[in-house]
Ligand binder design. Structure first.
Ligand code: ZN
Length: 302
């Protein structure tokens, strides 16, 4: 079902849970994430990464409007509240396209841009988004990043509380992603979160806070982040890893050369590759919903 995003945020704050944003990359992953939410009777956010959709090296251009319409339709038909997001576009232009395409919320991020210039750009996005009732997520500070191909680690810059206050006031963004030790693409270890910094920012900033880099957060840390102002958690890399692993297992378990191609793709039986490769994803998302305390929170809307 569709729900007003502001209303859902308020509910999350009142009942101490975080809304999970689980990033999809195609229809199969999108549907699997919603299936997990329905299994757990949890509200959920679905969507795509703007940076990857607008990737200039893509062989075939993405029809953003089609992606938005599919996500919206999946949301509409779901039995639980679903919000759509065009996450982390790297250009203002693409973020505005996301607004035009009808996502419920958008996020623009470019960690190389200076604060004052970023404020100007965000103001433009917020202005256009709010006219259409679309919510905008901003980011202040830059996240650490692990390069999965080389193992290189970039430290990022933790959010300075005074910058967060200034940025939130100047831009009027609706949600604020912050950096307090969380790291993008962290898979092989867990992030060391600076809870004192999170607490300080939460005391000073009135808008809801967002935790990116959810894959690299220790299970036991989610509760404490929610208690200190985090209302939304982004999970991306770990979901794709789960599907990649399942595909590897599939080809170890099945000799596809000896199988009917329709059994490998299309019938949806236990030996169907799409089914097989998404079972782990669904389980993982369900597990996160328990950790975010969002399990069962859709009941009052059903
Ligand atoms: Zn992110």
């Amino acid at each position: 079902m569709r729900i007003n995003y502001r209303e859902l945020i308020e509910d999350a704050q009142n009942r101490s849970y975080a809304i999970g944003y689980f990033e999809a990359w195609n229809i199969e992953s999108l549907i699997s994430i919603v299936k997990a939410a329905e299994n757990k009777r949890s509200p959920v956010m679905i969507g795509f990464c703007g940076e990857y959709l607008e990737n200039a090296e893509r062989k075939y251009e993405v029809d953003l409007e089609l992606f938005s319409k599919i996500a919206k339709e999946v949301a509409l038909k779901s039995s639980v509240p679903v919000i759509t997001l065009l996450n982390e576009s790297n250009t203002v232009e693409y973020t505005l396209k996301g607004i035009e395409a009808g996502f419920d919320s958008v996020m623009y991020v470019d960690e190389k841009i200076e604060l004052e210039e970023m404020i100007i750009r965000q103001q433009k996005i917020v202005d256009q988004a709010h006219r259409k009732g679309i919510l905008v997520e901003g980011e202040i500070g830059s996240l650490g990043l692990v390069d999965a191909s080389s193992g290189d680690f970039y430290e990022g810059n933790k959010t300075r509380p005074e910058d967060a206050v200034y940025f939130a006031e100047k831009t009027n963004v609706d949600l604020l992603a912050i950096s307090f030790g969380n790291v993008h693409l962290l898979e092989k270890s867990k992030a060391e979160l600076d809870f004192d910094l999170l607490k300080t920012i939460n005391e000073k900033v009135s808008i809801p806070l967002v935790l990116h880099g959810g894959t690299g957060i220790a299970d036991e840390d989610f509760k404490k982040t929610i208690e200190n102002g985090i209302v939304k958690v982004n999970i991306g890399a770990g979901l794709k890893r789960e599907v990649i692993k399942s595909i590897q297992n599939y080809f170890e378990e099945y000799d596809v050369d000896e199988m009917n191609p329709n059994d490998v793709l299309g019938k949806g039986n236990l030996q169907d590759l799409d089914f097989y490769s998404h079972e782990g994803l669904i389980t993982k998302v369900m597990n996160y919903m328990d950790l975010f305390n969002s399990t069962g929170k859709a009941d009052k809307y059903i």
